[in-house]
Ligand binder design. Sequence first.
Ligand code: IPM
Ligand code: MN
Length: 356
Amino acid sequence: MEIKIAVLPGDGIGPEIIEQGLKVIKTVCTRFGHNLKYREGLVGAAAIDAAGHPYPEETHQLCMESDAVFFGAIGDPKYDNNPAASVRPEQGLLQMRKSLGLYANIRPVATFPSLVHTSPLRTELVEGADFICIRELTGGLYFGRPQGRSEDGNTAYDTCIYTREEIERILRLAYRYAGARRNKLTVVDKANVLATSRLWRQVAQEIAGEYPKVETEFMFVDNAAMRIIQWPKSFDVIVTENMFGDILTDEASVITGSLGMLPSASIGLHTSVFEPIHGSYPQAAGKNIANPIATILSAALMFEYAFELQREAAAIRNAVASALANGIVTEDISASGSKACKTTEVGDFINEVINC
Ligand code: IPM
Ligand code: MN
């Protein structure tokens, strides 16, 4: 079939990890007889420099015309700690999510048997952990208005807003996921303090009866932060608002051994976006040391979600498992005493396994 995708490398390590991911996508397409058509677009700091905007209209058109977006990372330290910067690279990512209507961010957290020893958590706690975090992606503090500063600059404010419709559509999606898995949904909120959280809880209670097979559990976010690393195996599907989901999934990556391992799929009204959950890791940019696996696993999610091609996704996952089992890994997950591989070496190995 035709695989028509937009490729947005972005900033920092983005171009390096996307190069490895794209290599894998090309190999999968050749091996399974698909016709790959891709075009690259600008986003983030790279787009500000070249086009004066972090998500240029041209990039948006490209995304809208594609069947999936393969995205690297965004962010550049020259904009951090710079309150005067009027435009930030991250705005490009947020605008892309909003304009494409990507209200759900699916972040699967699963351990690889050959990696359990690299997690700082005890093996018996993380072995077999397998849950999905569904993060609401176009509401809450990230998008609520007003946001800004008082005239004298001494007061700043953000607004957390959620409507019933926004809450209901993400909860229903989460119930469907839980129903297709182990029938347990954990709704994470801060209902003891926040009005938005109380609305989340109310809507969840109202619709829970429509999913009788699924057990609904409510958990405060502070408690969830503890439970995720204390007893990760107790979760099946977690659903939560935008900011809580952002924080909890970085934390959850510790279970798998590295932030460089977690892929994600952002889905909603228009073209879906597939991207690693990690950022642009500027300290590593250009050094060929970044872990490309989160990006390569995002390509697997892309074949599965955007094109319903399960065998292609499985081929990628098996090749990743083989790299891990053979110790062909970057420094973030290499065993102490053994030599770490470069980004390109990991990509090449995975590519070869898919090819044979
Ligand atoms: C993520 C990132 C982004 C977010 C940043 C880069 C704006 O941390 O995708 O998790 O906070 O959503
Ligand atoms: Mn994040």
